[in-house]
Design a protein. Structure first.
Length: 423
């Protein structure tokens, strides 16, 4: 009897439990969320990061500035809807993300881990950008209120230029750097922090002029590498002078200096080649009118040159002073400049009473600067009248005259003595 009652009680208890489950005591069903299947169990806000900045939520109200070492950087997203397409774009720092993007937006697809990466390059260096993002359906945006500025901003390094082994000069500097280079020589120019794969034109303008002025001076193009650097070479003008070094990308976004209406902070000083004869001052090749002829008492002249390309073969020649330097040379000499661009040559056995124009050339560097003109440096060798007698002959003649005079005196005068009369 007891066992039958216990069995009945157990069956009753089981039925009571089944009825309880059926009447609604079980756990409630999960409600559908439009992004539940994409986000999984992680319901935190979507975020963006650059480098080691940490992932900044789209609800963050404080701004985070990230300074990147090159103008190329990667934006990473976390906790974004799996499988969605996200447009990542940049705006001017401090502007709301509802403003038109700067440059090209990057469209990326979120992977199964709710992450994506977007790479940016070819941007204007030295600028602060706000980083924005949104899914193509507009359901998820960064920041959460796109009428506000992004909480994640990035500052790109300032582009710079360097001559040779000198320090790289930032595009926004106001301090001028002025290396001196010989005329007609190669000037190596290096750039850092320029947009990767961009085409850059490096060119010269007259010193003190803004980089926006047209120029016919030396220019060269270069392609920026993936490391945001480039190298190229210019030729220092043969005429000498001061020249500002300028650069710009073909799209005009990145320029040196940072304002094209300003003179370049990087100026090369190119001394003007010059020539001198004897102890005269060094006449610059840029002089266009002939100077007063230099008169020498010798039949040879020594020509000295300064500020010519270092270690270069120089041809120096003389032409009639009233003829341009394209005239066939009367005489010519060659010399090699030293490490300071100096040289010296000597012309001998030049005709007496003649006037000569002194000319020179070393590749594209000429004296005068316009090689088709008359030389601004002329030299005259005066005609010397040969003496009637040299010193020895004059002394011999003098002694002969004295001897003759003594002889005549000893004979009592000129002619034979008259005969004695009346003796």
């Amino acid at each position: 009897m007891f066992r039958r009652s216990l069995l009945s009680f157990s069956v009753l208890l089981l039925l009571t439990f089944v009825l309880a489950v059926g009447s609604g005591f079980a756990a409630p069903a999960t409600q559908h969320h439009p992004h539940a299947s994409m986000r999984g169990s992680n319901s935190a806000a979507p975020c963006l990061s650059i480098g080691d900045s940490g992932c900044i939520d789209n609800t963050e109200t404080n701004s985070k500035l990230v300074k990147v070492p090159t103008p190329n950087f990667v934006v990473k997203g976390e906790r974004w809807p799996v499988g969605s397409e996200v447009s990542v774009f940049l705006v001017t720092g401090g502007q709301p993300c509802s403003t038109p993007p700067l440059g090209t937006s990057q469209l990326e697809q979120v992977d199964g881990k709710e992450t994506f990466s977007a790479s940016f390059s070819a941007l204007a260096s030295g600028v602060v950008y706000g980083v924005c993002a949104k899914t193509t359906d507009g359901a998820t945006i960064y920041p959460a209120d796109n009428t506000k500025a992004s909480p994640l901003t990035v500052e790109l390094p300032m582009p710079c230029l360097a001559i040779g082994d000198l320090d790289c000069i930032p595009a926004n500097t106001t301090q001028q750097s002025s290396p001196t280079v010989p005329p007609g020589t190669t000037v190596n120019v290096a750039g850092q922090y320029w947009p990767s794969d961009a085409q850059v034109t490096v060119f010269l303008v007259p010193g003190g002029q803004p980089c926006s002025v047209p120029t016919s001076a030396s220019s060269q193009a270069a392609t920026v590498g993936t490391d945001a650097t480039f190298t190229t070479a210019l030729i220092a003008p043969a005429t000498g002078g001061n020249f500002g070094v300028c650069a710009k990308t073909t799209d005009g976004i990145t320029i040196f200096p940072s304002k094209s209406t300003q003179p370049s902070p990087l100026v090369i000083i190119v001394p003007t080649p010059c020539l001198s004869v004897a102890k005269s001052s060094c006449v610059p090749a840029s002089v266009t009118r002939q100077s007063t002829p230099i008169t020498t008492q010798e039949t040879s002249i020594t020509v000295t040159g300064q500020h010519w390309p270092n270690g270069t073969q120089i041809t120096v020649f003389v032409v009639p002073s009233n003829q341009p330097c394209t005239t066939t040379a009367v005489q010519q000499r060659t010399a090699k400049t030293d490490g300071s661009g100096n040289f010296q040559v000597t012309f001998t056995v030049l005709a007496n009473g003649a006037a000569y124009g002194v000319c020179a050339k070393a590749g594209a560097v000429t004296f005068p600067a316009n090689g088709t003109q008359k030389s601004p440096l002329t030299v005259t060798i005066p005609r010397k009248t040969p003496p009637l007698l040299d010193t020895f002959s004059a002394l011999a003649l003098l002694f002969a005259l004295l001897a003759t005079a003594l002889y005549i005196t000893s004979r009592g005068g000129y002619g034979p003595r008259p005969p004695l009369v009346g003796r």
